[in-house]
Write a protein that binds this ligand. Structure first.
Ligand SMILES: Cc1cc2nc3c(=O)[nH]c(=O)nc-3n(C[C@H](O)[C@H](O)[C@H](O)COP(=O)(O)OP(=O)(O)OC[C@H]3O[C@@H](n4cnc5c(N)ncnc54)[C@H](O)[C@@H]3O)c2cc1C
Length: 609
């Protein structure tokens, strides 16, 4: 690695090599989730395979998956009854951008701008099931008219300035993985819309080994950040399930949370400084200190701003040395409630494995359905394990819950955590279920993300949503959300039954994050998008009634904007509107996330910067 001391206040900064160009084999799918080489396929024999070799689910037939899904959803998912997505979705023609293009002509190379239909289409949506359904089977009413790929902060600032001067809307684009309709282009927007794709701003600008900090460009995807920092012996420990594709700027803009937050914190704990191009100029502090009491910190308002206030061009993040030891574990509990009580003790005793997640019985069964046909020997082994669990330990496999755990740290620390966790698990009738199951469970998440696109073809709309809530209300919230979805489902007279499952993914001293999956059989349903939205709104209404948050980490976007009035006072709404009006008086960042609009009365163009 190329190392260089910078003549600066700090003496230990190194500048890593820029990331290598992505391999062709890492090409991303522009019509659905993930990498191009990876997708679930249903075979004529009823089995399902995940193509490619990237994930632990790849390359083998899963005979149990479709039957299990059919049972859960109360409808027969026939492998031969598929509605294939359109190959070439219709894209509205691009609007005229001549004056804007003239204004930025000297700043960008031709290969940094495109009006290609397919590229514009990909930049006009995120990954809600509803957007993907529209992409597969209907059409996106509006997509960006131009996509620009800046390579440095000054180019982003030039775009902001030109957009202010020429009545153009800018929508920052990270990895396009949001699940809040945050990238959806408002269809009634009269001005041309430009998507600012940050992917070419993916360098680590410096690493300060002594002070354990790094400055990273905002378009760097999680996989690039992890790989590059690991080469220097560090990690930021931020691993959302979308870590392969989502970006540093997107994490800040959505106030993201990673699976290992217990050890490394959420994004707001990880990021110590931001550089943001706004219509008013650059938002940034000149100092890099461990903590400050230097007045109102406007940078904090950029967390969760969802592209409505400006474009994050880089961020300084806290570093941790790569853990000496990384271990997995899993624990089985007789019921979700027993596992939940165990988690509460884990938090009370401040035992902090990097990740600990508790899955309900539906997800436990789902994990089993994702397995290959067992060999004779595996079949015997599995039967013996089941017998031991049921007959000797008195577990009911239709009730039990599974916790998967990741430990990271020094060998001593990890050993102590393993011991303490086992002690607490036993106190709640929990049993160790093997490190293999822990590792498999933790990594399944990445492969499962591809499942949504398969089940859509089989008339199933599946989506996740989440919340955070106090320890005291969490179990009741799970019960009530499940009941509310079932009630709404029958009220709407829908076919099959709603499949709802949940897991606890994050622990806090005051409560937990609960992550739900909801799947709906839509064959014969007149408007699947609207119907699913009605169900999810009912679930959200129930969550709020139980004291849960509007969102723990997905954010608001356009999906949940209508609920904001329920969770904050009019003064808070006015505060946010005032912030938007002050920072973006011409409403250049008019994505309308959180219902935010710009200043209204156009004022003389503020200089971009
Ligand atoms: C399979 C899957 C798993 C997921 N797992 C998690 C998880 O574990 N934890 C979690 O928190 N979320 C998760 N998400 C949601 C999503 O990945 C996060 O919200 C993520 O932070 C979005 O980042 P992105 O780079 O893809 O942003 P995008 O989707 O591109 O954009 C999201 C919003 O941020 C804005 N934005 C993007 N970049 C910038 C920038 N540089 N400056 C200003 N605004 C910007 C956009 O305009 C948009 O409003 C998951 C989503 C999927 C589909």
């Amino acid at each position: 690695m190329h190392m260089e001391n910078i003549e600066n206040i700090r003496t230990s900064r190194v500048t890593p090599e820029p990331p290598l160009a992505e391999d062709e084999q890492d090409a991303e799918n522009d019509l659905g989730w993930g990498y191009k080489d990876t997708r679930f396929e249903a075979l004529a024999n009823g089995s399902v395979v995940l193509t490619g070799s990237r994930y632990n689910l790849c390359g083998f037939e899963m005979p149990g998956l479709l039957p299990w899904l059919s049972k859960s959803i109360g409808a027969d998912l026939d492998p031969n009854d598929q509605v294939l997505p359109q190959v070439d979705p219709e894209v509205a023609p691009a609007r005229d951008l001549t004056a804007f293009l003239d204004a930025i002509k000297g700043v960008f190379e031709p290969d940094q701008l495109t009006q290609d239909d397919r590229v514009r289409l990909r930049h006009g949506h995120g990954h809600t099931g509803l957007e993907i359904y529209a992409l597969f089977y209907e059409r996106l009413p509006r997509v960006p008219d131009l996509v620009v790929y800046p390579t440095n902060h000054d180019q982003v600032a030039a775009l902001v300035s030109a957009a202010n001067d020429h009545r153009v809307v800018l929508i920052p684009y990270g990895g396009g993985t949001n699940v809040t309709r945050a990238l959806e282009c408002p269809s009634d927007e009269e001005r041309p819309i430009v998507s600012v794709d940050m992917k070419r701003m993916n360098r680590i600008l410096w690493i300060d080994e002594r002070n354990r900090l790094a400055k990273i460009e905002a378009g760097a995807a999680g996989r690039t950040i992890m790989k590059q920092l690991a080469q220097a012996g560090f990690t930021i420990g931020h691993e959302p399930d979308s870590v392969e594709f989502s970006t540093l700027g997107g994490w800040v803009a959505t106030n993201c949370s990673g699976m290992k937050k217990s050890r490394y914190g959420n994004i707001e704990d990880i990021v110590t400084d931001l550089t943001v191009a706004t219509s008013l100029g650059v938002v940034e502090r000149h100092t890099q200190c461990p903590r400050e009491s230097s007045g109102i910190d406007s940078r904090r308002c950029l967390f969760g701003s969802e592209g409505a206030l400006g474009i994050v061009t880089s961020a300084t993040v806290r570093l941790h040395p790569l853990p000496e030891v990384s271990r997995f574990a899993s624990l089985i509990f007789p019921s979700f409630e027993a596992g939940f009580a165990f988690l509460q003790d884990v938090e009370r005793e401040r035992i902090r494995p990097a990740s600990i997640r508790l899955m309900d019985n539906v997800q436990f069964q789902f994990g089993m359905a994702l397995k290959a046909e067992p060999t004779w020997w595996e079949e015997r082994k599995s039967r013996l394990t089941k017998l031991a669990l049921t007959k000797l330990r008195g577990m009911d496999l239709s009730q039990c819950a599974l916790a998967t755990v990741v430990f990271e740290g020094s060998a001593r620390e990890v050993k102590a955590q393993q011991r303490e966790l086992l002690r607490l698990a036993r106190a709640h009738s929990g049993l160790p279920a093997g490190s293999d199951n822990g590792e498999r469970g933790y990594n399944l998440t990445f492969g499962i993300a591809y499942l949504r696109d398969l089940v859509l073809r089989h008339h199933v709309l599946a989506e996740s949503f989440e919340t955070s809530v106090g320890w005291g209300e969490a179990l009741e919230l799970c019960r009530r959300v499940k009941a509310r979805c079932a009630d709404k489902h029958s009220e709407l007279g829908l076919p099959g039954k709603p499949a709802l499952s949940y897991r606890i993914t994050q622990l806090y001293p005051t409560g937990v994050c609960i992550y739900f999956y909801l799947a709906l059989y839509t064959k014969g349903v007149a408007d699947p998008i609207l119907t699913y939205a009605e169900l999810e709104e009912a679930a959200r209404d129930e969550i709020l009634a139980c004291g849960g948050s509007l969102s723990h980490h997905h954010g608001v976007g356009k999906l949940r904007a209508q609920f904001l009035n329920r969770v904050q006072t009019p003064a808070m709404n006015a505060f946010n509107r005032g912030l938007k009006a002050a920072l973006d008086p011409r409403d250049v960042f008019a994505c309308r996330n959180q219902g935010l609009l710009g200043g209204g009365n156009p004022q003389p163009a503020p200089n971009g910067g």
